[in-house]
Design a protein around this ligand. Sequence first.
Ligand code: RFL
Ligand code: PHB
Length: 402
Amino acid sequence: VTRPLRTQVAIIGAGPAGLVLSHLLAARGIDCVVLEDRSREYVEHRVRAGVLEHPTVELLRAHGLADRLDREALVHRGVQIALDGRRHRIDFEDLTGRNITVYGQQEVVKDLIAARLSAGEPIVFDVSDVRVEGFAGDEPFVRYRNGEGSVTLRCDVIAGCDGFHGVSRPSLPPGALHIHDREYPFAWLGILARAAPTTDELIYSNSERGFALYSMRSPEITRLYLQVDPDEDINDWSDDRIWGELTRRLPTSEGFTLLDGPILEKAVTPMRSFVATPMRCGRLALAGDAAHIVPPTGAKGMNLAIADVTVLAAAIDALERTGDESLLADYSDTCLQRVWRVQHFSWWMTSMLHRFNDHDDFQHQLQRSELRWVLHSRAASTALAENYVGLPFGRIYPEEAR
Ligand code: RFL
Ligand code: PHB
């Protein structure tokens, strides 16, 4: 057993939320320790999201964290949506003056880890038995084990950035949280393939056989997804079956070629909408997937995680600098404005693009009508574009009284 350590902020989890928070705090001269239960190797190679919103890129740039991103990432000025094999383009630049950036989440994570370690700031990987305690009062602490034994880390605030399966959310007292959630009758089978992308934009395809998404990571790597049953066994999907199904669902007859290649990675991801409220209990604040999950159709999860921690960093700054707890008290309400907007957008994109119950013809006709309206009306396309490129961080309805 080692003697208790002390820091200003204990951050649980080295995903996008925890790592970005560590940089935002460092920029304000606030000390923190990031605790991660996986290895550095593991978190740097976990394949996940790929789309960065405009405000996310601006934030990374403003903190000097976008050098490699600016060299290597792909800027997309719009997105394509296919219906019945016909492609339509939503032009983000024209509709909003903004764009999105395609850059793998694990690349963001690598850059954030490298920048923090090279500044000599701590990230403790491979910890175990993490426990968050004392947060109902103003002397919270975290207990964990590392190679040397059991450690107690005292702090002013604990940031629960440990994802959906972390320890922070389950550590709240029973009854402290209200859970709002929804499950969908499908999942996504995602692959990463060594094959050159043949368009410079993503294609979201609503087809009679189910949803498919054409995305990419680099000029050599494509990222593709298929709607499948939630209990689908990945072993039933040979590479040939995957490519065959992608060919049928993507708009391949209309001047778009799907190049295949070796599949480097495949996995089935369940789809879920989930919000735990409030996002704070005393000195424990939840951020990112620890507090909420969105279905991936809107490409929002990583961006929303980063939006949360910008609010949290400002709240912790006020507390540390002047003892003012009011921003921390408002943290949950401030975040939830944007969280619910993004929840709605992600649910809306999911509902417009997937194949639902075959027997509900009325619902099916409504879905097609809505999607056609979005593709043909400038007002409706603008609504999609504005949400997709990313709403401002912080309070999105600042005029509403607190
Ligand atoms: P993370 O990334 O899950 O990080 C949490 C970290 O906490 C660690 N951890 C613990 N550490 C210490 N002690 C414990 N007890 C711990 N328990 C867990 C974990 O190892 C991990 O390192 O959460 P964070 O930071 O909130 O970030 C959220 C995002 O990762 C997530 O929302 C996105 O990946 C979602 N997502 C997408 N988001 C986008 O913005 N754009 C996309 O295009 C997009 N596509 C996707 C996605 C997620 C997917 N999957 C597989 C879930 C596509 C997929 C397929
Ligand atoms: C991805 O490239 O992984 C990706 C892109 C768009 C989404 C979800 C995932 O909506």
